[in-house]
Write a protein that binds this ligand. Structure first.
Ligand code: S3P
Length: 161
């Protein structure tokens, strides 16, 4: 099962819960990238820019999708890549969604998240305008997370599949 959705929606927390419930492994492409590059995602953005990060991310997603059959959480922007979306067509993909206020509350000022560092609310809206349809395109199920605990979201994801 693959989890997609915006940063801060709880993919890692829910993903770990789901893996536990299903008795399978959990993997996160952001973690894979940090381990492979030996630096933080924020550092990759600062050092090389977003395009370079996306290229690294694309490789990480491809390798995680072929080498792992547990629960896999993708970074929020992974679905921007057309080839990645193509690969997801063969997967069970759960889109974890949330509204803008919940997003700003959960991600705070986005200090650790380079794409939300300046004006989180405005940047959030713009990100979602560009991405919402892509999340929906790859999703086999959409699970709203607003006002739900991670346990409730995991339960809803299991029921939705
Ligand atoms: C990003 C989301 C982040 C991380 C990077 C870019 C995005 O992952 O990959 O900061 O473009 O939405 P999470 O969704 O795991 O926070």
């Amino acid at each position: 099962m693959v989890l997609v959705g915006p940063m801060g929606v709880g993919k890692s927390t829910v993903g770990r819960l789901l893996a536990e419930r299903l008795g399978v492994g959990y993997r996160d492409t952001d973690d894979d990238i940090v381990a492979a590059e030996n630096r933080t995602i924020a550092d990759i953005f600062v050092d090389e820019g977003e395009a370079a990060f996306r290229a690294v991310e694309k490789r990480a997603v491809r390798s995680a999708l072929t080498g792992h059959d547990g629960v896999l959480a993708l970074g929020g922007g992974a679905i921007l890549d057309e080839d990645t979306r193509g690969l997801l067509a063969a997967q069970r993909v759960v889109y974890l969604s949330m509204d803008v206020e919940e997003a700003v509350r959960r991600t705070g000022l986005g200090a650790a998240r380079p794409l939300l560092a300046v004006n989180p609310r405005k940047q959030w809206r713009e990100l979602m305008e560009a991405r919402r349809h892509l999340y929906e395109e790859v999703a086999t199920a959409v699970v709203p997370t607003d006002g739900r605990t991670p346990e409730e979201v995991a339960e809803a994801a299991l029921n939705a599949l």
